[in-house]
Design a protein around this ligand. Structure first.
Ligand code: ADP
Length: 406
């Protein structure tokens, strides 16, 4: 937009109008609603009779040449234009001038580079004249809705860009971390020279930290893959006991090292059924990781799996008095749980810990993603996950997997 400024003198003979100025003034005075016209800098170019009257009550007997923003509206011009340039052609506000309140509506006329301002005085409360019409309310609602939607879409896009950026940064960390871990392993074998007890301890500790970093990076990469909609299940007939036994073996050394007992009980009657082996293993691994992290040395963790009768409640079910419980002929799902003797979780956090980046315990490392990822993976199987826990009484995380995955 070009910022051509029209002087008050020029306004007396508006460009392109060949009508006598008296006639123009007479016409605008005939408009029942007070209105003012200013240029982009806020210099008042025109005021109709009603607007002049309002301004006269405020001591402005000669309004032309006054500044709309600083003298009349007392608002920041930058704010008004940022809304206009943000795509809003109409800016509304409530203005208090002394005792009176005005509904102000500003419209930008891009062709002439003018701002047209309507002032509607709000009379005493309770007067029907103060109430906006239904159409005005609907318009206002529509504008608010559009603005909110635009802001929401913008936020979503920024959020997506942030996730993509962090994911590529995390990806870049993967290779150097793998190299560092490889060298720790090599040094610990002793093939590059005999290690003293002290050197071995330091290397073991460094390797643990490196592994923790690898877990954080891969946790974040899993999350960003899920976020960008890349969650595709590889459903095959699998044995859940194999899946969990493999996991138990992988984790047993870490449990031993910390001095936490790990017990695993898998019901032999669990049939093979369709599920994504890696993703279910990942969900259970996140629960085991948490239980190990939060259970102090000397404590215990139990991983259990068994068949389950899952009667889903339907939202549109008949009233409770008429609701019948149908007995299922055989288990239709599998229940997997991880129970620990750790510090427990207060009830007020039971829901939020499954949300992205929510962490309650600040004394342990993590990104607040383990449970959020587990929840997404289980829900992708049409299953559900929850926690039962009380402070100082341990925690039990459970998920259900339906066996009829199609
Ligand atoms: P992170 O472990 O990275 O913090 P999670 O999503 O796995 O993220 O867990 C979220 C929060 O839930 C943790 O910060 C912790 O406070 C709590 N939590 C999860 N598992 C346990 C557990 N077994 N015992 C106690 N608190 C837990």
């Amino acid at each position: 937009m070009t910022g051509r400024t029209i002087t008050p003198q020029e306004m007396e003979q508006p460009q392109g109008l060949s009508l006598p100025i008296d006639l123009v003034q007479g016409l605008v005075d005939a408009v029942d609603e007070a209105f003012l016209v200013s240029d982009r800098a806020g210099t008042l170019l025109l005021a109709n009779g009603k607007a002049r009257k309002h301004l006269a009550t405020r001591g402005f007997s000669q309004p032309l040449g006054l500044n709309l923003f600083s003298n009349v509206l007392c608002v920041d011009a930058g704010e008004v234009f940022s809304q206009i340039e943000g795509g809003q052609h109409e800016v509304k506000m409530i203005l208090e001038l002394g005792e009176a309140k005005y509904r102000v509506r500003m419209r930008w006329m891009p062709d002439s580079d003018w701002l047209v301002v309507q002032l509607a005085e709000q009379v005493a409360a309770g007067d029907p004249g103060t109430h906006p019409t239904v159409q005005e309310l609907l318009q206002e609602r529509e504008i608010t809705y559009r603005n909110l939607l635009a802001a929401y879409l913008k936020l979503q896009e920024v959020n997506r860009q942030k996730t993509v950026f962090l994911a590529s940064a995390a990806h870049e960390l993967k290779t150097p971390l793998a190299v560092i871990k490889g060298y720790y392993d090599l040094l610990l074998t002793g093939s590059l020279g005999k290690l003293t007890e002290k050197q071995r301890d330091i290397l073991e500790e460094s390797k643990d930290s490196c592994e923790r970093l690898v877990r954080l990076v891969s946790m974040f990469l899993n999350y960003s893959a899920l976020e960008s909609g890349k969650l595709v299940l590889q459903l095959r007939d699998n044995d859940l006991r194999d899946c969990l036994e493999e996991l138990t073996k992988r984790w047993s050394e870490a449990f031993q090292r910390k001095g936490v007992r790990l017990e695993a009980t898998f019901d032999p009657s669990i049939p093979t059924f369709r599920f994504d082996y890696q993703k279910v293993q990942q969900a259970a691994a996140n629960l085991l990781d948490n239980s190990l992290k939060h259970t102090p040395a000397g404590g215990s963790v139990t991983l259990c799996a068994g068949p389950h009768f899952w009667e889903r409640r339907v939202a549109a079910a008949a009233p409770s008095s008429e609701r019948r419980r149908f007995r299922l002929p055989r288990p239709n799902s599998v229940e997997v749980s991880v129970a620990d003797s750790g510090p427990g979780i207060p009830a007020e956090h039971h829901q939020e810990i499954f949300e992205d980046f929510v962490r309650v315990d600040r004394n342990t490392s993590g990104m607040g993603l383990g449970l959020a990822i587990a929840k997404r993976l289980i829900q992708a199987h049409r299953g559900k996950i929850w926690v039962e826990s009380e402070p100082n009484a341990g925690s039990k995380f459970t998920f259900l997997l339906p066996m009829d995955q199609s």
